[in-house]
Design a protein. Structure first.
Length: 219
């Protein structure tokens, strides 16, 4: 009985997925990237980081790398989308979708769609980061608590691997006259306190109408 069941088990990935998983392209950390995106998946808690180098005159992605703390689907998608993104303009690269990546990989099991989405969101976050740092974001949405909350979904809580909003690490957010105040549910001498603070400052400091960011710890 057991033997019969075992013989029914099939590896759910296409050859192409396995090939990119075993030998992923463009893997690694980039020193001094022009744009950096870090995304976490609410579905599984995995993370992906994407780095881009952009030619300022043409806005062409000259180099792109990724680091994945996800599964085979995530690594294979990261490999494929970074291949596709290299040499594209930011506008073209924004249009890369997880479906396109999945097709390129010969399909992914439906349960693994979120892994592919995660890699694509990492690339988009890196592009967005570049655009914000270079004043290319045209819509000037005023910074509200909601905007801050959305931004903080891109700051990871290293204790869990999920972001600091979903893990209820943020007790309070206030925005008054361009000053954003964020209260974090951690003591200031916690081992991750300074890394989290730095990440929050970086994510909020680039908002167009924010003059200062205060990160307050509970003790
Ligand atoms: Fe988390 Fe695939 S299961 S990235």
């Amino acid at each position: 009985m057991k033997v019969e069941k075992k013989s029914e088990i099939r590896f759910p990935y296409s050859e192409k997925v396995l090939e990119h998983f075993r030998n992923p392209h463009n893997v690694g950390k980039m020193e001094n990237p022009d744009g950096k995106g870090l995304e976490g998946s609410p579905a599984c808690g995995d993370m992906v980081a994407v780095y881009i180098k952009v030619k300022p005159e043409t806005k062409v992605i000259e180099d792109v790398k990724f680091e994945s703390y996800g599964c085979a689907s995530n690594i294979a998608t990261g490999s494929v989308i970074t291949d596709i993104a290299r040499g594209k303009t930011l506008e073209e690269a924004k249009k890369i979708t997880w479906k396109q990546a999945s097709e390129e990989l010969g399909g992914l099991p439906p349960i693994k769609a979120h892994c592919s989405v995660l890699a694509v969101e990492g690339l988009r976050a890196a592009i967005r980061d570049y655009e914000e740092k270079h004043g290319l974001v045209t819509e000037k949405e005023p910074t509200t608590e909601e905007v801050v909350r959305r931004r903080l979904k891109h700051v990871m809580n290293p204790l869990t691997g999920l972001d600091i909003i979903r893990t209820d690490l943020i007790l309070k957010i206030t925005v008054v006259d361009g000053t954003v105040r964020v209260v974090v549910d951690l003591p200031s001498d916690h081992q991750f306190a300074s890394a989290i603070k730095e990440d929050i400052m970086e994510k909020l400091g680039s908002l167009w109408d924010v003059k200062s960011v205060e990160v307050v710890f509970t003790a």
